[in-house]
Design a protein around this ligand. Structure first.
Ligand code: FAD
Ligand code: N01
Length: 541
């Protein structure tokens, strides 16, 4: 393969691969493709690289996987030259890192910014993808890779009257680049997921009055931010490669203990000791692994949940507010738990008020504020921290038409269907990085992105070596994988929650469990096995 521009008929592809998106996934994909000798073009709707870390500039935006782990591991030189300043780096630092990655590997020259891919059709006769962009530029490619992100399409505000508000309106997921000064203002924040919980303490520092509108209280533990944790820094210094290898074969993409203690069986002092250690560690990987059975056994989960509620009650001084902040309608971990810095403490401040939407739902948003439970509250600014059309939003947001004229949106009308979470029947030579049916958002995404990109690149190299030009999963393989993904979720507590993992946050979205919960390690083994078995479950032509 290689550059194959040919204006005469029959026309071949202009590039080997089109990549959509220039976040962690698109950048690494581009780099690997180039290294392997493929020609590639990337298109990015934003004006620069970074993806998540380009768009989400709200106050307090940080990662929630320790940054020493949430980082590329493919190049020891890159690792030697970049030092993270904190346990959980801020958005500007992560953005600078991704910009430096783009510079280091000279990636920008193949990325077209401010350009959205709007449509893509598979041309079965020519065996290529026809990709159409918002600027009118059309490109043809042999392979088409969506690196469009799992959390890149903000959810529309589905609240009556939202368009009427005449004050300032902000979305955490599209925060203005120049920053926002909320000093002295009356501010409403709607949403108490990770974005809300990170931004609320900082918004409270500026606002004259802050009112937080909470529909579902969330489990959150203190991040304990500070320097990179000593044990991780040391392990990396001692044997970087072994540490990264351990991450690849871990459950969530971060080296750590696999718990063996069962919550229901453990003596009270053991439960307490394990919980307090996880609380003090300030790491999702610790609090999600206190008990071996917390994700599957309601009784064990409740033991952990109640210990977190006790902490909330001990922090928040007003008992009614404390109770309203205690999550009781979902099992711990079935909605993504949050890491915070002084979130619960913020509700002790005199100018901060919590409105429990379960008790008093929003009636409407008006020109001047929000009506709730018969009260009309006026605001200067409303901040929406209301989340994303996760996992599939960006994929079906592009009009992608496969072999039989069926679009991806049509095919996935009742929920996504994939083989290995990266390919789908009817869409030859199409890859969705960290797609539904892969560990993706349940894992350290840096590790999962590298794994997907490496697998896709290896696959394209293998095809080239075999003299093959197309790859598509078989229906049987896809059905088997879908069943496996569903079975893994079904034995957990996850399907009980109204979470974005279940598509429950977007009205009308199919209610299935979107990611693969079998673990990063097992997933990697499955992908490796498929490749070792000469692409078992795929049809190559
Ligand atoms: P993205 O970074 O989302 O990049 C996708 C890019 O594709 C975007 O720039 C978008 O503009 C572009 N795009 C989409 N559609 C089109 C189109 N049609 N045409 C052109 N361009 C398009 N994960 C972790 O593992 N650890 C964390 O600590 C963590 N923290 C997070 C914090 C926040 C605030 C958020 C929102 C997410 C966080 N995540 C975290 C998940 C995070 O999204 C991933 O870790 C990772 O950044 C995803 O990289 P990506 O390249 O796959 O997608
Ligand atoms: O979005 P969310 P997010 N009326 O969907 C509420 C990653 N991330 O941007 O739960 C009233 O979690 C909604 O209520 P409910 C991370 O993976 C990581 O915060 O649906 N409220 C919820 O409280 C995360 O999970 C970090 O009842 C409405 C909130 O808005 C994912 O991105 C930081 C509403 C949305 O929470 C998404 O997080 C940020 C309505 N109509 C993001 N609609 C880190 O810490 C929605 N809500 C690294």
């Amino acid at each position: 393969m290689g550059e194959a521009v040919d204006q005469g008929a029959p026309q071949g592809p202009q590039v080997d691969v089109v990549v959509v998106g220039a976040g962690f996934a698109g950048l690494y994909m581009l780099h690997r493709l180039r290294e392997a000798g493929f020609s590639a073009r990337a298109f990015e709707a934003a004006s620069d690289v970074g993806g998540t870390w380009y768009w989400n500039r709200y106050p307090g935006a940080r990662c929630d996987i320790t940054t020493a782990d949430y980082t590329f591991g493919f190049d020891p030189e890159l690792e030697r030259e970049w030092t993270w300043s904190e346990k959980y780096a801020t958005q500007p630092e992560i953005l600078r890192y991704l910009q430096s990655v783009a510079d280091r590997y000279d990636l920008r020259r193949d990325i077209t910014f401010d350009t959205r891919v709007e449509r893509a059709e598979w041309d079965d006769d020519a065996g290529l993808w026809r990709v159409h962009t918002s600027t009118g530029e059309d490109v043809t490619s042999r392979f088409y890779v969506m690196a469009t992100g799992c959390l890149s399409v903000p959810k529309e505000p589905d609240i009556e009257g939202a368009a009427r508000f005449r004050g300032e309106v902000y979305f955490t997921s599209r925060w203005p680049h120049e920053g926002v000064d909320l000093t002295g203002k009356r501010v409403a924040v709607i949403g108490t997921g990770s974005s809300g919980i990170q931004s609320i303490p900082l918004i409270a520092q500026q606002a004259a009055q802050l009112t937080v509108f909470q529909r579902t209280p969330n489990f959150s533990i203190p991040a304990g931010n500070g320097p990179v944790p000593g044990h991780r820094a040391e392990a990396l210094r001692e044997d970087r490669e072994a540490y990264r290898e351990a991450a690849k074969w871990s459950r969530i993409g971060v080296p750590g203990e696999v718990p063996e203690v069962y919550g229901v069986a453990a003596p009270e002092e053991v439960r307490r000791e394990r919980f307090e250690a996880a609380w003090a560690a300030g790491e999702l990987q610790a609090i999600t692994a206190v008990f071996a059975d917390q994700g599957i056994n309601p009784a064990s989960n409740e033991i952990l949940a109640e210990m977190i509620r006790e902490k909330i009650r001990s922090i928040v001084t007003d008992p009614e507010t404390a109770e309203a902040l205690c999550p009781k309608d979902h099992y711990f971990g079935t909605k993504r738990p949050c890491l915070d810095t002084d979130y619960f403490q913020t509700f002790n401040l005199p100018h901060v008020r919590l409105v429990d939407l379960r008790k008093t739902p929003i009636t409407t948003i008006t020109e001047t504020g929000i009506e709730v439970g018969g009260e009309a509250l006026d605001f200067d600014a409303i901040v929406y921290a209301t989340g994303f059309d996760a996992m599939t939003g960006a994929l079906v947001g592009v009009d992608i038409t496969g072999r039989d004229g069926v679009t991806l949106k049509e095919k996935w009308a009742d929920g996504p269907s994939t083989y290995l979470g990266v390919t789908t029947v009817g869409f030859p030579n199409f890859f969705a990085l960290t797609g539904p049916g892969s560990p993706s958002v349940l894992s350290n995404m840096a590790v999962s992105i590298e794994q997907h990109v490496d697998w896709v690149t290896d696959c394209l190299v293998d095809l080239r070596e075999k003299g093959m030009t197309t790859i598509e999963p078989t229906r049987l393989a896809e059905e088997g994988w879908d069943q496996h993904v569903a079975d893994c979720a079904a034995i957990t507590l996850h399907p009980t929650a109204n979470s974005w993992y279940m598509g429950a946050n977007v009205p009308g979205k199919p209610r299935v469990f979107y990611p693969y919960i079998g673990g990063v390690d097992r997933y990697r083994a499955a992908c490796d096995e498929v490749r070792a078995a000469d692409y078992l479950g795929f049809r190559l032509t």
